[in-house]
Design a protein around this ligand. Structure first.
Ligand SMILES: Nc1ncnc2c1ncn2[C@@H]1O[C@H](COP(=O)(O)OP(=O)(O)OP(=O)(O)O)[C@@H](O)[C@H]1O
Length: 257
């Protein structure tokens, strides 16, 4: 498997605070990796650097062979990295379908749409986009809501729509920031199954932030653990579960599957 993402010595300082420092990570094509750590460990800040929201003050990010640290977020997205946010960010006043269409607008002629959905060649850009957007919604069980305003969707469905929208941008790497936050156990289980499914279906590489260890343990092959801005462990779920540094970092929180 080739390396899709490589992070070397990544760090950022806000005033006197080193929010993230010395982070080395890699992701091979097709991996599903967890990024965990207690509150304030630097997980979202790391996502923000990977997606161009923050320019790192040290280190490099190499994606698909190119250095991307400090690039504008839209360039990062165009280059193949999409994300979701911890706090849902949808176009609330747009329909569910339009939320997805907006995301893949710039990709109307993108190969991913025709290759994934095997659309007839004669489809125009607009028809292709509509067709592909509907197909995305169907995968996420959102097609029945296509004409609803996104603000009217049940919470769990809004979370799903965020992922559908991120996916519609045609990424190679998908970054999910606590996608199950606020979901009940049943919704969470369904979401995890869905994440595993889309990874296979779209040949994606996925980095998943999750505060709850038990969630990531279930689906991730490898896990990175941040604490106070530094990586304290990397390994399989079994290795992470029994790592004393990790247990200590999570002291007071339950470490169970
Ligand atoms: N723009 C900013 N300016 C100043 N400090 C910041 C900024 N963004 C993040 N921080 C600080 O960086 C540290 C890491 O925060 P971050 O949100 O990345 O943690 P996290 O691991 O995602 O936590 P949580 O699980 O609570 O979401 C925190 O101390 C936070 O206050």
């Amino acid at each position: 498997m080739s390396t899709l993402l490589k992070v070397d010595g990544l760090g950022i300082q806000f005033g006197g605070l080193k929010a993230v420092q010395n982070v080395d990570m890699y992701m091979s094509q097709g991996e599903l990796i967890g990024l965990i750590g207690p509150n304030g460990a630097g997980k979202t800040t790391t996502f923000n650097m990977l997606t161009g929201v923050y320019a790192p003050t040290e280190g490099t990010i190499t994606f698909d062979g190119k250095q991307i640290q400090g690039l504008d977020p839209y360039k990062v997205t165009r280059g193949g990295i999409s994300r979701t946010f911890q706090n849902i960010r949808l176009f609330k006043e747009l329909s569910v379908l339009d939320n997805v269409k907006v995301a893949n607008h710039s990709l109307a002629n993108h190969n991913i749409l025709s290759s994934i959905f095997r659309l007839p060649k004669h489809f125009s850009g607009e028809a292709k986009m509509e067709e592909a957007s509907l197909a995305f919604l169907k995968i996420f069980g959102l097609d029945v809501y296509k004409d609803e305003l996104s603000k009217n969707l049940p919470y769990g469905m809004q979370r799903r729509l965020e992922i559908a929208r991120a996916l519609a941008a045609g990424p190679q790497l998908l970054l999910l920031d606590e996608p199950a936050a606020g979901m009940n156990p049943q919704e969470t289980k369904e979401l995890m199954d869905l994440i595993a499914f889309i990874r296979k279906e779209f040949n994606l590489t996925i980095l998943l932030i999750e505060h709850d260890m038990s969630l990531v343990m279930g689906i991730c092959e490898r896990i990175y653990v941040l604490d106070h801005g530094q990586l304290i462990a990397e390994g399989s779920p079994e290795e992470i579960r029994s790592n004393p540094k990790v247990i200590e970092a999570y002291l007071g929180e339950e470490v169970t599957e």
